[in-house]
Ligand binder design. Structure first.
Ligand SMILES: [Zn+2]
Length: 323
């Protein structure tokens, strides 16, 4: 089950209430949300967009009501006043190495049409808001190209129709200083385990008596993991099964490798495997990590996946002392 936008907004509001209290009274032009991966920055950015467009009665943290026309449009994924800009993977000619970037084509119509986005920030801001305020969410602000950032600066300084920019970044040091200096910075931190457990239980609508302790430990306070609870749960189960099978003989290990390949999700499986291996002795863990890294590099380089997963199983059997 993928969470609906309104559910993940409610989750963000509940987990990052004090931050929403601050964003609710923010009167500037640009916010910069920073914090580790999966901590819930993007959900918070959407919650800010909802908040600044809401016309209903606010919640205890000043969060959006969830009922008014603006909130309903946002929950339906069809809010006319919110634009999400994300980096694109570009392949540098002749190489397999991929680089993520927000090109100038995200802001203006560029000469290089291939890098154009459907809606440019510039055009988007020319139009008056349908509800209260145009909001541009720039996810991955550290990937703003210099040209794109320069084109944005003027808009950030004097946003047409009082628009709001919400920059989202994992690594503050990688964000261009011109963007940082024009934004009010908010750090989004991991939440406590009990808070995350409560959010998980609310999310399961009382269908579960207790939150999965592995999931809570894996999340380590990162609210963004909640949005993918089922995927993460599956990845953790798969990682544990695979690791167990490694010790059951060569054939089971190779069969398990095939199953792992079939369900492989590069967003979650590497971290799930490392999580399962966390209790291994350090020397085994280091070798297991190296085998995993080799797999990821092989997949990046478009090596044969089935062969790469078999090699992973063999290397891990050696690393864990099964071979
Ligand atoms: Zn509302």
């Amino acid at each position: 089950m993928t969470l609906s936008l309104s559910e993940s907004l409610q989750g963000a509001a509940q987990l990052h209430g004090p931050l929403l209290e601050q964003t609710g009274v923010f009167r500037g032009n640009a916010l910069l949300l920073t914090g580790p991966a999966r901590v819930g920055k993007l959900a918070l950015a959407w919650a800010v967009a909802a908040q600044h467009n809401c016309t209903g009665g606010r919640g205890m943290y000043g969060e959006a009501c969830g009922q008014c026309p603006s909130c309903r449009a946002l929950a339906a994924g069809a809010h006319p006043d919110v634009l999400l800009v994300e980096p694109r993977a570009t392949t540098t000619t002749g190489k397999t190495a991929r680089r993520r970037i927000i090109p100038i084509g995200a802001v203006l119509k560029s000469r290089d049409k291939s890098r154009d986005y459907e809606v440019h920030v510039f055009e988007f801001l020319e139009v008056r808001p349908t509800h209260r305020r145009r909001v541009v969410i720039v996810q991955g602000a550290e990937f703003l190209g210099l040209e794109a950032a320069n084109a944005l600066l003027k808009l950030v300084e004097e946003p047409p129709h009082g628009a709001l920019f919400v920059f989202v970044a994992e690594d503050l040091r990688a964000v261009l200083p011109t963007i940082v200096s024009r934004s009010a910075r908010l750090n989004v931190s991991p939440v406590s385990d009990p808070a995350l457990e409560r959010a998980l239980l609310r999310q399961s609508h009382g269908q579960q008596g207790a939150a999965d302790p592995d999931l809570v430990a894996f999340a380590a306070g990162r609210a963004g993991v909640l949005e993918h609870a089922e995927t993460v749960h599956a990845a953790l189960t798969g990682a544990a099964e695979f690791t167990d099978a490694l010790g059951e003989g060569l054939l089971s290990a190779l069969e398990a490798a095939e199953r792992l390949e079939k369900h492989w999700d590069p967003a979650w499986h590497p971290e799930a495997l490392r999580f399962v291996w966390r209790s291994l002795p350090p020397h085994q863990r280091a070798r297991a990590d190296a085998a995993l890294l080799a797999l990821q590099e092989a997949l990046e380089a478009y090596a044969s996946p089935s062969l790469s997963f078999q090699v992973l199983a063999l290397r891990l059997r050696e690393a864990l002392g099964h071979a």
